[in-house]
Design a protein around this ligand. Structure first.
Ligand SMILES: [Zn+2]
Length: 202
């Protein structure tokens, strides 16, 4: 039986590295794997970029209105799929996560979603919420805070006169898009940084 997986973690928890590794593991065995990404991810267009410089190209970039189940049904007419990887799954709609679960249940294709648990203000994303509700397997990818604790918070930063300043309000998806910077920190440090209101050093 195929399963719906959710591998979540804060920024810099190695999600992209894990996607790239999983992709090549399947490919080396001659299996057909496709990559999907929601179009809300403003970072890299069709590419998935890893901090080490490695990159992969997505097969489908899906807007919120797209029915992913129909998209995959169409794909299956011409070619087989052994596994589906979803990058930045936090940006999926709740309905799209349900569509992914239909692919798992009706087509017996495993779907592995990667994403953030919560946004820069520690609120769940819609895609992540639904994945926590219905995924078969939930796995945390761990990031480390500067203090050595596990990092679970995403600190949003903006550049002001060349210095990084933490941001504690705004849209869930930063309008700055590719210009916004983030660091992953533990909850204790997040609160401390919020109180201090100082300049942040990466
Ligand atoms: Zn910390």
């Amino acid at each position: 039986m195929a399963k719906l997986y959710f591998k979540y973690g804060a920024m810099k928890s190695g999600k992209t590295t894990d996607i790239i590794k999983t992709y090549y593991n399947y490919q080396e065995k001659g299996l057909k794997i496709i990559i999907i990404k929601p179009s809300d991810d403003l970072k890299a267009g069709k590419n998935i970029l890893c901090r080490s410089g490695a990159s992969l190209c997505c097969d489908y970039v899906v807007p919120k209105e797209e029915n992913i189940y129909n998209l995959i049904e169409k794909h299956l007419i011409d070619s087989q799929i052994d596994c589906i990887l979803v990058d930045e799954a936090q940006f999926l709609t709740s309905k799209q996560v349900d569509e992914l679960s239909d692919i798992v249940d009706n087509e017996n294709i495993p779907v592995i979603c990667y994403g953030l648990r919560a946004d820069a203000f520690s609120c769940l994303f819609p895609g992540s919420t639904r994945l926590f509700e219905i995924a078969d397997v939930i796995e945390e990818l761990k990031a480390v805070c500067k203090c050595g604790n596990k990092a679970t918070f995403n600190l949003r930063l903006k550049r002001v006169d060349g210095e990084l300043v933490p941001v504690f309000s705004g849209e869930q998806v930063s309008i700055d898009g590719k210009d916004a910077e983030y660091d992953s920190v533990c909850r204790t440090c997040y609160k401390k940084i919020k109180k201090e209101k100082g300049i942040y050093k990466l």
